[in-house]
Design a binder for this molecule. Structure first.
Ligand SMILES: CC(C)(COP(=O)(O)OP(=O)(O)OC[C@H]1O[C@@H](n2cnc3c(N)ncnc32)[C@H](O)[C@@H]1OP(=O)(O)O)[C@@H](O)C(=O)NCCC(=O)NCCS
Length: 207
């Protein structure tokens, strides 16, 4: 999937396409610039431990041979007394400074959500500003009783459900690679280091 070129910048048109393994270092450099080196300590980053970005809905925007934007989606888990269900975490979304405020962030977001819909990734979580993500169907209505593995501003824990399904009111959002033991402690598996994009999402896998 790729979008038609549009929104020309001085460097040329902007093309959005699925992220590929070779984009990893350019994405990392852009995210380091956008969020600073402390980004790996953020609560959202802790949810990505041991996961790889979903191939398909994770997208990059290029223009003039330069990476201008990226959005990534990840598998995460929601643990409650009723058991574990799968969610999809969206983020980070970032646009290079020279390409901001021309609608590229919203285009990336809309395209990623459309690709996620196409894959049946029905329930998408993110940590972000309601003013930006609300028009895309995100709200904090269902997440007030959820805890995350780090400090968070409650009103920024946003969820979008295409087809509403009952979700627990009290639950822990966790990296998909972690399990909570009987004491409630979180147990990451031995290999919990972040990995680069590597494997495609199978379209026949329900999440
Ligand atoms: C947030 C970001 C992705 C927006 O990308 P963008 O391409 O500039 O956004 P768009 O052009 O689609 O939209 C611009 C509009 O969104 C608004 N906006 C930007 N960031 C916003 C935020 N955090 N909250 C609310 N509104 C925001 C702008 O004020 C602008 O409003 P306008 O249309 O009324 O002028 C970009 O600014 C960025 O990379 N920031 C650094 C990383 C970051 O904070 N990412 C988001 C958290 S995951």
């Amino acid at each position: 999937m790729s979008s038609p070129p549009s929104n020309p910048l001085p460097g040329g048109p902007v093309l959005i396409r699925p992220a590929a393994p070779g984009d990893g270092s350019a994405i990392d450099a852009m995210l380091d610039a956008a969020f600073g080196p402390a980004r790996h300590a953020r609560t959202a980053s802790r949810l990505r431990v041991g996961a790889v970005p979903l191939v398909g809905p994770s997208l990059v925007a290029h223009g003039g041979g330069v990476l201008l934007g990226s959005v990534q989606l990840w598998p995460v888990a929601l643990d409650s007394a009723a058991g574990r269900v799968s969610l999809t975490l969206l983020g980070p979304l970032a646009v290079a400074p020279q390409a901001r405020a021309i609608g590229l962030g919203r285009r990336l977001l809309a395209a990623a959500l459309a690709a996620a819909d196409d894959l049946g990734l029905d329930t998408i979580l993110l940590i972000g500003d309601l003013a930006y993500y609300g028009p895309f169907g995100f709200s904090a209505d269902a997440t007030g009783g959820w805890t995350l593995p780090g400090p968070i501003e409650r009103e920024r824990v946003l969820l979008r459900q295409r087809t509403p399904r009952p979700l627990p009111r009290i639950a822990d959002v966790a990296a998909a690679s972690t399990r909570h033991d009987a004491t409630g402690r979180c147990n990451p598996p031995p290999d919990s280091s972040p990995r680069e994009l590597s494997r495609p999402v199978r379209r026949d896998l329900p999440l």
